[in-house]
Design a protein around this ligand. Sequence first.
Ligand SMILES: Cc1cc2nc3c(=O)[nH]c(=O)nc-3n(C[C@H](O)[C@H](O)[C@H](O)COP(=O)(O)O)c2cc1C
Length: 342
Amino acid sequence: MSNNLFDIIDSMLPSTYSIGDEGMTPTSHRNSATNLLTAIGPLRLENPTILASGVLGVAAGGLMSAWNGGAGAVVTKTIGSTAQPGHPGPRIVGSRGGGLLNAMGLPNPGVRSYLPEIKAATEKGACVIGSIMGNKPAEYGKVAGQLAKTGIKAIELNVSCPHVGSLYAQGLQPEHVSAVVKKVVKTSGGKIPVWVKLPGSTDYPRLVEVAKAAEASGAAAVVAINTLPAIALDVEAQRPSLGGGIGGLSGPAIKPVALRAVWELYKSNLTIPIIGVGGILDGNDVIEFLLAGARAVQIGTGVLLQGPTIFKQICRQLVQYIKSHEINNLEPLIGCGHQKTA
Ligand SMILES: Cc1cc2nc3c(=O)[nH]c(=O)nc-3n(C[C@H](O)[C@H](O)[C@H](O)COP(=O)(O)O)c2cc1C
């Protein structure tokens, strides 16, 4: 993968999509295969593919392009209580071996300005999940309270971004995660399911501890994983390649690590659903995540590389897999990989 591709993607990110773009077309061509239905707690999805947070910018058109591309749900860019410009460029660089390194710095317009964009997507029928961040539980609560009025179907807590303040470190503290979940569950009156997005860490015992704390505090699902903390250096400038210094690694390079996280979480007898994310490009990747124990998946870098119709393509491949393995739906696959280990 050339860096040029990623330069192009970077320049597209903040402003490509806006209300009125072609992404806002009606949803008539959505994937309607009923045998891909899945449920994340109380939330039913028509298929298990979800747009991961952040990759298509902040506007409704980005969410709608993924929804119209066949996603079963779409997660917003992570939103904070006030506007943030994000890190200086470069914000994305390619990494050999199928990885993408970003230090966007969670640029966002702040929750108040974001509300009309989210409403524009929910009013068009999209199943929208609101991703939020904060420094303290109270700040998460404040943002969640505002989002709850937009018709979103779940709230995803970003306690795991590796290039913004202490989010990543906080996401590895079970007490902090527990306090954030309790606050957000309370603010949203217990009516909107709360998902916790876990850090890209290979400290699996800690990851399981955090997930169990989230579960005990009322979370409806965990999402594994966010990008892995990483860095690239520019050998001519002799400094970090990314303007923000430390970045997060995504794409096919992290798939085995993300799978391992899902594997360990499932093995720990967590009772809430696991949503897998990291490096998914095709239907086989999704099947791997289901076998490891995920009930749904999110796709980020794959959307940047293949465009928003990746969701439809993957759904077609999942239907083929179901047919060729003579099963009726995806349910028998979930966690089934664990039964056959030596
Ligand atoms: C350009 C870019 C922006 C991202 N922004 C966010 C974000 O705002 N919030 C978040 O929780 N994760 C964010 N992520 C992480 C993704 O949602 C996802 O967890 C990660 O990229 C791994 O999945 P993938 O390999 O399919 O991309 C971002 C990733 C990329 C590449």
